[in-house]
Design a protein around this ligand. Structure first.
Ligand SMILES: [Zn+2]
Length: 393
């Protein structure tokens, strides 16, 4: 079972290094979506699954010379989405968002990247999204993403659930060539480093402690093929508040598999060091982000009116009804060859079928057997994807 050690990172200014581990048992899962959220694990939720294009990109970057024609920083459009309760409560203050973006822009100026707002803030006030589960972003984001910008969603409470265990998250992101979207927990959005960290992931950077390419030796001999693939970020045993003191000094004693001590960079944005300690990217990290933008960022040209490209044609909408429902549900006007999926709030596919013949009313009878809660009907038609939320009463 994957379970992350819970570190009291969020309260790092207030408490001495107290480790608090709280496991939420499955009973919590049953009461979803109204979790009692008092966990203290505020890790980043980005994994190699969201960054599967990084390795190939780094290889490509090394095998060719990028011709940089820009002399000024590129304006990278970001679409800001702010989630709140149905009555508007719990939403982050937009001025906090802009203050944080100013900090981010300082950090990214050396990568020739400057984030600019694309269109107006999109406010989404819906109790269903106040507690937002990682990888259930399709339901919310597929219908809200601006395809010409990097979409940043600020949610009141971001969590992940692994094997019924709930953990708070600070944020997670995809390499933007995979999905141009990033999710931020409101509680971590103004700490001066988490938004910069998640954007680093958007621009293909791995954690400095990444092991998806193997363990990096503390002496750096395999730095280009292991860890984060970069040689100016020293091997990092996965920092935490218990191994970095309030003066940002590394206090851990862990040895690598060659019995050498680590000398990690406790100030690197892409580490799990204390959030207040994370103040810089390395030169190679900055270069990788700039190159990633130059190679993959061509679509980032803000059109404030652009609508999600992954919706099916509006002329022939697919309608799910009744919604909410305590029995079976129906989908109107399903074309032939369409793939239908039913997805739960954890992002798990619980049913799937391929529709052979076009049908005016398609029944999903199994819906009545599901537990009460929120689900998504996902409709794939070639490259276009549409997702609709349905509630089982
Ligand atoms: Zn991260």
């Amino acid at each position: 079972m994957i379970f992350y050690i819970c570190l009291d990172i969020f309260n790092n200014h207030l408490n001495p290094p107290i480790m608090i581990t709280r496991v939420f048992i499955f009973i919590t899962f049953l009461s979803f979506p109204f979790f009692v959220s008092s966990q203290t694990n505020d890790d980043c939720g980005t994994t190699i699954a969201e960054q599967s294009s990084t390795y190939d990109f780094v290889q490509k970057q090394r095998s060719q010379t990028f011709v940089k024609t820009r002399t000024a920083a590129a304006d990278v459009p970001v679409k800001i989405h702010i989630i709140g309760a149905s009555n508007g409560a719990l939403a982050i203050d937009s001025s906090d968002v802009f203050d944080e973006l100013a900090i981010v822009n300082d950090l990214y100026s050396a990568a020739n990247i400057h984030f600019v707002q694309c269109g107006l803030i999109n406010y989404i006030y819906d109790n269903d999204y106040v507690t937002f589960v990682k990888n259930a972003d399709e339901g919310l984001c597929d219908i809200n993403d601006n395809p010409t910008a990097l979409n940043i969603y600020f949610v009141p409470n971001l969590i992940k659930i692994v094997n019924g265990v709930e953990d708070d998250l600070c944020g997670y992101a995809y390499n933007f060539d995979i999905k141009n979207r990033l999710l931020m927990d409101k509680g971590c959005a103004t700490n001066g480093s988490t938004l910069a960290h998640e954007l680093g992931h958007s621009f293909s950077l791995l954690h400095t402690h990444s092991t998806s390419n193997g363990y990096e030796h503390a002496n750096g001999t395999n730095c280009s093929i292991a860890g984060d693939l970069l040689c100016d970020t020293p091997a990092d045993p996965k920092l935490s508040n218990s191994t970095v003191n309030t003066s940002c000094e590394y206090t851990g004693a862990e040895l690598d598999n060659q019995q050498n001590p680590y000398l990690p960079d406790t100030e690197n944005i892409m580490s799990y060091s204390r959030k207040s300690c994370r103040i810089h990217f390395s030169p190679k990290q900055l270069l990788q982000m700039e190159d990633f933008y130059l190679v993959e960022g061509g679509f980032l040209e803000c059109d404030p009116e652009a609508t999600p490209t992954n919706n099916l044609s509006e002329a022939d909408p697919i309608e799910v009804y009744p919604n909410p429902s305590d029995a079976t549900i129906f989908i109107k006007n399903v074309p032939s060859g369409v793939n239908l999926e039913l997805i739960d709030l954890q992002g798990k596919r619980i049913w799937e079928t391929q529709v052979e013949d076009a049908t005016s009313i398609f029944e999903i009878a199994l819906f009545q057997n599901l537990a009460r809660g929120i689900y998504f009907v996902k409709i794939k038609n070639g490259n276009s994807i549409s997702t609709q939320k349905v509630v089982r009463m």
